[in-house]
Design a protein around this ligand. Structure first.
Ligand code: SF4
Length: 204
């Protein structure tokens, strides 16, 4: 069987019925951006606007993400943006564990195919997939290793819109990202937490 590529995964996601979110979505949101991106941003799940348009981070939080990218000389075409679950949970509730587990194979394949220099988790839910026992407020802005990848947790842009006091930390962390990309030699902390939960490693 041929190796899946990003287009194959996109098509699989758009027709996926592996969890109950398929019955309430308008459109699935596989992700978008460069297949050779150095930075891969991972949010929690699509919201209202994303569900309507089938694209990630197109609402107010996405507009802030665009500004933050521009602040380090990048735009959407330079990076890859996706979510933990590819379909919107009703009323923007948190995804259920079974939904996260059902969807994890798509994200794992995207990570494997893109093989970015840095996985950037946006917010506590995305970070919690990789390090479930840590808090984002303590972990943010410090790179660490996960499964052979460099992972960099930062606040979710929506959190900074909700609480503007978080915005300076987000801006600071984007400058750190810039330095990491430029130095090509990210200072990586020792791996902590539970890096290889069973659902993190499930593939197709
Ligand atoms: S959330 Fe993921 S597993 Fe569930 S239906 Fe959508 S693509 Fe499939």
């Amino acid at each position: 069987m041929a190796e899946p590529d990003l287009t194959t995964i996109d098509n699989q996601v758009r027709s996926c019925t592996k969890c109950a979110l398929s019955s309430t979505r308008t459109q699935a949101v596989p992700g978008e951006g460069s297949p050779t991106a150095d930075l891969m941003f991972i949010g929690e799940g699509p919201g209202f606007h994303e569900d309507r348009q089938g694209r990630p981070f197109v609402g107010p939080a996405g507009q802030l993400l665009d500004k933050l990218l521009a602040s380090i000389g990048l735009n959407r075409a330079d990076v890859y943006i996706t979510n933990m679950v590819k379909c919107r949970p009703p009323e923007n509730r948190d995804p259920h564990p079974g939904e996260l587990a059902a969807c994890s194979g798509y994200l794992n394949e995207q990570i494997r195919l893109i093989s970015p220099k840095v996985l950037v988790t946006l917010g506590r839910h995305s970070f919690g997939k990789f390090f479930p026992n840590e808090t984002i407020s303590k972990a943010r802005g410090r790179p660490r290793k996960w499964n052979g990848n460099t992972l960099f947790p930062i606040y979710h842009p929506a959190a900074a819109l909700h609480n503007p006091r978080l915005k300076p930390a987000l801006e600071e962390d984007f400058q750190k990202l810039k330095s990491m990309l430029e130095s090509n030699d990210a200072p990586v902390e020792e791996q902590k937490g539970s890096p290889e939960e069973p659902n993190q490693l499930s593939l197709f």
